[in-house]
Design a binder for this molecule. Structure first.
Ligand code: NAP
Length: 368
């Protein structure tokens, strides 16, 4: 019998819709038999919106509760795990409430407004013995698992330089000032929204590489170009060095006023390259180029393509269910430490780029 995880969803925006649609995909379609998913409650700031969401995306299922508040989802005894799909700066308080109500949590990226909030959430989850994970869905894709095997089996040698970009033209000039990409109170801008993905590839290819021996980044430099509309970042670039055991550098960027760079992500090793196709949050393929020796010519090239039923968010849901079934409070693949490193990097990039969130947005002080 599959272990069935009962989900409560908070918020009814775009990503909550994508996630829920994937929860309804038959796990057998991706050869999963050990876990299954059931949506039991949807919470929104209005009951009408929750009901509309259930009607549109959960086939109007009468067994799914429509709540006009998030608190009612946290209080629902039938909910095992809460999925948080609100804007970034609300994640902290939403997750605290969910954990205090005894629920496991899968929380959208960017996990919180700053690293101090993330650390405080992780501490709470540990105290409560509850599962907590940043919803970094790309980590669980079949493509990522396969790429990691090839990257780490030795032929390519150590990674040296990684380039990754995720951008999208949000047409912010047409958006209201309280849109989550523009409003500083909602952590608007490119970095917190798009930045997790270039950073993810740096974490996967450099931080996770066995030669790095789990060493944290040794330095971060950042540059922010502010929007002309509100005081959030329109385009941001940053570098992350890993020099304790590797001699490797990640060169990362994101923009909300330009289309994404065509190269997606390129990982350059001593003896070859891996080119990850766009979009880097859900790449359809990757190509490995093998050199005839260190710094040599490309002598062999292999492309791997991947497809599956659904949008790709169900793989992270399966991970959550498996971890909870096993009594774990943390995923081995996307650990608390990786989320903390990402948030610390973003704190540093915002500090260097002088992107200060408005007073009161950060609920836990940065210095803690
Ligand atoms: N993993 C991914 O692929 C992915 C993709 C896109 C976004 N995200 C992340 O998911 C989060 C939400 O993004 P989204 O694109 O789904 O945003 P969205 O469409 O604007 O939805 C956000 C939802 O949050 C709720 N909300 C609560 N307070 C709000 C406020 N003050 N202003 C606006 N909405 C508020 C609303 O739901 P109710 O009215 O029902 O309460 C709203 O529909 C962000 O943190 C983002 O980084 C992840």
């Amino acid at each position: 019998m599959a272990f069935e995880l009962r989900w409560g969803i908070i918020s009814t925006g775009r990503i909550a819709m994508e996630f829920v649609k994937d929860l309804l995909v038959d796990p057998a379609s991706r050869d999963v038999t050990d876990v299954a998913h059931k949506v039991v409650a949807v919470g929104s700031r209005s009951t009408e919106s929750a009901q509309k969401f259930i009607d549109a995306y959960i086939n109007g299922d009468n067994n799914v509760k429509a709540y006009g508040s998030y608190a009612e989802v946290f209080a629902d005894k039938n909910v095992d795990a809460v999925y948080i799909g609100t804007p970034h700066t609300l994640h902290y308080e939403n997750a605290v409430e969910a954990l205090n109500a005894g629920k496991h949590v899968l929380c959208e990226k960017a996990t919180t407004s700053n690293a101090a909030e993330t650390k405080s959430l992780i501490k709470l989850a540990k105290e409560k013995k509850l599962f907590f994970m940043e919803a970094l869905w790309t980590r669980f894709h079949p493509l990522t698992l396969e790429l990691k095997k090839i990257a780490e089996e030795g032929t390519l040698g150590d990674p040296v330089v990684l380039h990754a970009d995720l951008s999208a033209d949000f047409h912010i000039e047409d958006k209201p000032l309280n849109h989550r990409m523009l409003d500083p109170k909602l952590g608007g801008g490119a970095l917190l929204d798009l930045g997790p993905y270039p950073m993810f590839w740096a974490m996967l290819a450099l931080y996770e590489h066995p030669s790095n021996k789990n060493a944290r980044p040794t330095s971060v430099t950042g540059s922010i170009l502010k929007s002309t509309i509100t005081d959030v970042d329109a385009s941001t670039s940053w570098t992350v060095n890993f020099t304790e055991h590797l001699k490797a550098q990640a060169i990362l960027s994101c923009s909300m006023i330009a289309q994404t760079a065509h190269f997606g992500a390129v990982i350059r090793y001593k003896k070859g390259n891996i080119k990850v196709a766009t979009p880097i949050f859900r790449p359809p393929s990757f190509t490995v180029e093998y050199f005839d020796g260190p710094g040599g010519n490309v002598v062999r090239e292999e492309t791997r393509s991947f497809s599956y039923v659904g949008g790709g968010w169900h793989f992270e849901a399966d991970e959550v269910a498996r971890c909870i079934k096993a009594g774990k409070i943390e995923s081995d693949l996307w650990t608390h430490e990786k989320t903390i490193i990402i948030m610390e990097t973003f704190d540093e990039v915002r500090r260097q780029g002088k992107y200060v969130l408005p007073e009161g947005v950060e609920k836990v002080d940065r210095v803690q």
